[in-house]
Design a protein around this ligand. Structure first.
Ligand SMILES: [Zn+2]
Length: 284
């Protein structure tokens, strides 16, 4: 631990065909202590039906357990990746693809109910250009997710287009969350940058910030606290994308060195914020 306090990466992927165990060790050996392992589409599992989704979610649960055995307390979130929908629509037809992702949402919810997963993620909207009906189907799935998450009181990790490509995005999401009667705080917009640090911009939706120096500087210069992530995708063909697994502990250390961070702020970032957004205890 750095200075006796926990260090959580709130968005990492681990892949059985990637460096998985080695990536966890790199994180741990730099002072990382806790992980949110986020489901990703695995290249070695082709999705044709709900059974494939379930086994791919189980794979994420297995990666999370592996990290735990490496001494890094971990939780996972599972759910159908939105970027997969256009591809499924090409092979299965649009209606069948939407129906399959809807069943996958139910499967993910069951896994939360069974305590195999902490929450639902990463789910949301497609980040590249698609037909309107695809984003509309994504919104319908999201509404289903927010309603169920409200009943389960579990967090939802969102993958969406960027705030730059859709300036209406946060208002749109906030409206959907409110309509489902869910809590904005329990929804995490991942892959966020400095432009969403202030509540006037994130509208009370939680954000997980890419752990870059410039972003950290901006965050620690404000009075806000947010989750920090790498979004490491664990793909051997693209090593260290989006950021290497040791980034969060290294940048926390760097922030101390720069005089940007002290114990009190560290505890707010790494204990209080994970507790209030994700309902997890990182100081145990
Ligand atoms: Zn991700």
């Amino acid at each position: 631990m750095i200075e006796g306090l926990p260090v959580l990466d709130s968005h990492i992927h681990l892949d059985p065909m990637g460096s998985n165990r080695h990536a966890v060790r790199r994180f741990r050996d730099c002072g990382g202590t806790h992980l949110i392992v986020v489901h990703k589409p695995y290249h070695h599992i082709n999705i044709h039906g709900i059974g494939d989704y379930i086994s791919s979610f189980e794979t994420t649960v297995g990666m999370c357990e592996m990290a735990g055995k490496e001494g890094v307390k971990s939780w996972c979130v599972v759910g159908p990746y939105p970027g997969e929908l256009p591809m499924l629509a090409r092979t299965l037809g649009f209606e069948a693809a939407v129906d399959l992702q809807d069943k996958a949402v139910d499967a993910a919810i069951n896994m939360v109910r069974e305590n195999k997963a902490l929450g639902i993620g990463e789910v949301g909207r497609v980040h590249f250009k698609v037909e309107d009906r695809v984003q509309e189907a994504c919104d319908d799935l999201l509404h289903h997710i927010f309603r169920e998450a409200r009943g389960l009181d579990c967090p939802v990790v969102l993958h969406t287009e960027s705030y730059h490509s859709n300036p209406e995005l946060m208002r749109h999401l906030a409206r959907m969350i409110d309509k489902a009667g869910f809590s904005r705080k329990r929804v995490v917009k991942h892959y966020s940058g400095p432009d969403l640090i202030e509540p006037k911009d994130n509208l009370g939706i939680s954000i997980s910030l890419q752990c870059r120096k410039v972003t950290l500087r901006q965050l620690l210069g404000s009075d806000q606290v947010h989750l920090l992530e790498t979004d490491f995708i664990d793909d051997l063909d693209r090593p260290n994308v989006v950021m290497p697994p040791e980034t969060v502990p290294k940048k926390v250390q760097w922030a101390y060195g720069q005089g940007l961070l002290d114990h009190e702020r560290h505890a707010r970032l790494m204990i209080e914020q994970p507790r209030s957004v994700l309902n997890i205890e990182t100081d145990e």
